[in-house]
Design a protein. Structure first.
Lengths: 70, 154
């Protein structure tokens, strides 16, 4: 499931309703991330998913996407 | 003061919305993170941003795709609430290495899950955090923390 402006995430549980106005109001307050950093971060999580061991192995071998930064 | 688990859950949802990140229901993990961070920082408010980053970092499967970015920008935002600027890039290679090694050690040292930290007394919790690598993360952030210019304080 991907949360977007058109398809908000499912409820977080009794503690919070992410579709509520309180959450939408917070979107503008979320830190801006440099687009190039965000692109690399997204590339990284899409490449490795939950395989953090391989992510570390690649980092130690110099093959991690963050190491391709200009 | 650390955010409540509800506040953190709301900001996590807002983060996922803003950046179109796949969302996971991680409210229980966020609750654990806040409690671990509070126990770890104790009355040292200056340690709270690092404690929160630590407590979020060691729960990668709960946070899913948000793990890569959300804990870092949340620590930066939290630091600002104390008038501190954390000059930390999301894609910092050294930070990525520290964070990945934290979760590697977490798997080795806490097979019962992060919740087991909450069963420890204060001294044992601190000892375990040190074994996991908390001091490395603390030192990393401390070296990149500066007071915010007064004009940027809210």
């Amino acid at each position: 499931m991907v949360a977007t402006a058109h398809h908000p995430p499912e409820p977080l549980g009794p503690a919070s309703d992410p579709r509520g106005a309180d959450v939408l109001d917070l979107v503008a307050d979320v830190d801006d991330v440099d687009p190039e950093e965000m692109r690399l971060a997204r590339q990284t999580w899409e490449k490795y998913g939950d395989d953090y061991a391989r992510r570390l192995t690649d980092l130690e071998a110099g093959r991690h996407p963050y190491q391709q930064q200009r | 003061m650390l955010p409540s688990a509800r506040e953190l859950a709301q900001r996590h949802a807002a983060f996922c919305l803003k950046y179109d990140v796949r969302w996971r229901d991680c409210a229980p993990a966020l609750d654990v993170a806040v409690r671990v961070a509070a126990a770890l920082a104790g009355d040292r408010a200056e340690d709270e941003p690092a404690a929160l980053l630590f407590a979020l970092t060691i729960q990668p499967r709960a946070l899913g795709d948000a793990w890569t970015v959300f804990p870092i920008i949340e620590a930066r935002r939290f630091g600002r609430s104390y008038g501190l600027s954390l000059d930390v890039k999301v894609t910092d290679v050294e930070l990525e290495n520290l964070r990945l090694k934290l979760i590697q050690r977490r798997a080795q040292l806490l097979p019962g899950g992060v919740e087991s930290l909450l069963l420890l007394g204060a001294d044992d919790l601190a000892d375990m955090a040190v074994r996991l690598g908390f001091l490395d993360l603390l030192a990393f952030l401390a070296a990149r923390t500066r007071p915010l210019p007064v004009r940027l304080l809210k």
